[in-house]
Design a protein around this ligand. Structure first.
Ligand code: MSP
Length: 530
């Protein structure tokens, strides 16, 4: 079986996770579930990035020790991932000894081989981002990443010799044009950071102590990014007694990150790996940000929305559907109560929900719920449409959609994969209007009617399978109500169109998504944001 090692960033446990953080996790989980459905052996790693000055400060503000604080927060993260049914294989915490031991050793090694050296650092430091910037990197004298105030700081530090590896990395980018996705991000990294020449990177701090100490010089703690990035290999047992996972899964097939942290993943991480003589990850995909009408989510603006209340009120499937659909490939997407309710009512309730309900209703009404199998009679239907021709058009269209959805999933264009699936939903609804089954029933064209019902079931079966990676519950409800047998619920069975036999659909169709009263629910969501 082909392996697929997939990672999410490890999250800062500084506060409650909002839907932005949840998006990264849903995206990774959806890719995992898709890959699994395609027969890959997938290993999904997630976790928390628990060291650094900011975490220390948040803990102090809460009158907790940093350890107490991160213990609580890691539990919160696990609770949220459970609620969101995230199927991760391991959860790494950077305060665990399996991680700390290896980071200490990596630091020693890099020092011994001369990649890390001691010097003095002076620069502009952004506390929330835990990053130093040079004068020229600042934007209007503020942090180029978050726009906040920076402070001039000077300290004795260890440095990593980035310059030594820069040319190798440039060559690697040139030889592996799909290393960073999307291409626009790659160009940005390549032209703005790599090409102009890399500065050596400061990899230790003496200004705080919540971190992994340098063994030979314990007044220094290891810079949070060197600590954090190595999670992708410490979790697999790199340099530990049991490194079987490392042997099996490294290099990673895909690191998923937000656009704000692509520089660390696309430049520093590959260089650390080169220094450790390890192969580089195959791909890194940077997604965009979820923004609100008034810009970035922030507590002070009162525009933060958390996953829990949305999931509790509207269900997990609609939550995932919304996030994935609204975030175009590599770009920002936005959240608003209005767009959430609109997607729910139009895409889920009207388009998909009604299609299922209509179909089951008609099969019960015209055939007592029973459909014997595939047929495609040469009959004319409503407005002299040749049914056999229309059906073969529908079959081909549906085949083409599957092909496109797979292509989009394979290239991580998840939003496009979803909109293609909804094209099939719309086309199938249109097919009902075109064939007008109620007229066929009135005219006694039983064979034609049966064939139309078969095509409806078959399209719905395909739609249900295509949505499984992100809407498992809805998919199961559709397949169960249509009484589709287990062997025709798999991804492999998507290509079959004519194999369904002796179906007996449910007598009482269950509503998939109950229509929301828009005004009430928009108000409700606004309340959740306060
Ligand atoms: N700890 C680092 C990552 C270290 S990985 C070795 C970190 N943590 S974070 O908690 O700040 O962010 C984690 C992820 O959440 C990032 O991929 C970030 O892009 C993502 N998001 C945070 N806010 C977001 C939105 N509003 N929208 C989409 N994703 C966002 O960075």
């Amino acid at each position: 079986m082909q392996k697929f090692y997939l990672t999410t960033p490890i999250y800062y446990p500084s506060g409650k996770f909002h839907i932005g953080t949840a998006y990264t996790e849903v995206l990774a989980d959806t890719i995992k579930k898709y890959k699994k459905a395609r027969g890959y052996e997938v290993y999904l790693l997630t976790g928390t990035d628990e060291h650094g000055q900011k975490i220390q400060k948040v803990a102090e503000d809460r009158n907790k020790t940093p350890q107490e604080h991160v213990d609580e927060m890691a539990e919160e993260a696990k609770k949220l991932w459970k609620l969101m049914e995230i199927d991760y294989d391991d959860f790494i915490r950077t305060t665990e000894s399996r991680h700390k031991k290896v980071v200490e050793e990596i630091f020693d090694r890099l020092m011994e081989q001369g990649d890390i050296y001691k010097s003095e650092y002076e620069g502009w430091y952004c506390m929330p981002c835990e990053t130093y910037f040079t004068e020229t990197q600042l934007v209007d004298g503020k942090c180029p990443d978050c726009g906040r105030e920076v402070t001039k700081m000077k300290e004795e530090s260890y440095f990593f010799n980035m310059k030594k590896y820069a040319n190798r990395l440039i060559k690697f980018y040139e030889e592996n044009p799909n290393f960073i996705l999307p291409e626009s991000r790659k160009n940005e990294l390549f032209n703005n950071f790599l090409k102009p020449g890399l500065e050596d990177l400061c990899v230790s701090r003496t200004s705080f102590d919540w971190g992994i100490k340098v063994r030979k010089d314990p007044k220094h703690v290891i810079y949070v990014w060197l600590d954090a990035l190595t999670n992708y290999i410490t979790a697999l047992g790199y340099l530990s007694d049991d490194d079987s996972l490392m042997k099996k899964y490294w290099p990673a097939d895909l690191h998923i990150v937000g656009k704000d942290i692509i520089r660390f993943h696309g430049i520093y991480w590959p260089i650390f790996l080169m220094a450790l003589d390890l192969p580089l990850p195959k791909q890194i995909y940077a997604h965009g940000f979820i923004t609100m009408k008034d810009g970035k989510m922030s507590k002070s603006k009162g525009n933060v929305i958390y996953p829990e209340p949305l999931i509790e009120r509207y269900g997990l499937d609609s939550f995932k559907y919304f996030l994935l659909r609204e975030m175009p490939y590599g770009q920002d997407g936005s959240f608003s109560p209005e767009s959430f309710v609109e997607r729910f009512n139009y895409d889920l309730c009207n388009d998909l929900g009604n299609l299922l309900n209509r179909t089951i209703g008609m099969i019960n009404k015209y055939f007592d719920g029973e459909i014997s199998g595939y047929s495609n009679p040469e009959t004319s239907v409503n407005d002299n449409i040749n049914l056999a021709e229309l059906n073969s058009k529908i079959e081909k269209y549906s085949d083409a959609i599957i092909h496109e959805v797979e292509n989009f999933f394979d290239t991580y264009h998840i939003s496009n994969a979803i909109s293609q699936t909804w094209e099939l939903v719309s086309r199938t609804n249109k097919y009902v209007d075109e064939t007008a089954p109620w007229i066929l029933a009135k005219e006694g064209k039983t064979e034609a009617l049966k064939s139309v019902m078969y095509h409806l079931i078959e399209n719905l079966r395909r739609i249900a399978i295509l949505i499984t990676p992100y809407m498992k519950h809805t998919s199961e409800k559709i397949l169960t109500q249509l009484a589709i047998p287990g062997d025709l619920r798999t991804w492999d069975s998507l290509s079959d169109y004519r194999r369904l036999e002796n179906l007996k659909v449910t007598e009482k169709p269950e509503v998939l998504f109950a229509r929301l009263d828009a005004t009430t629910e928009i108000e409700n969501i606004k309340e959740m944001m306060k």
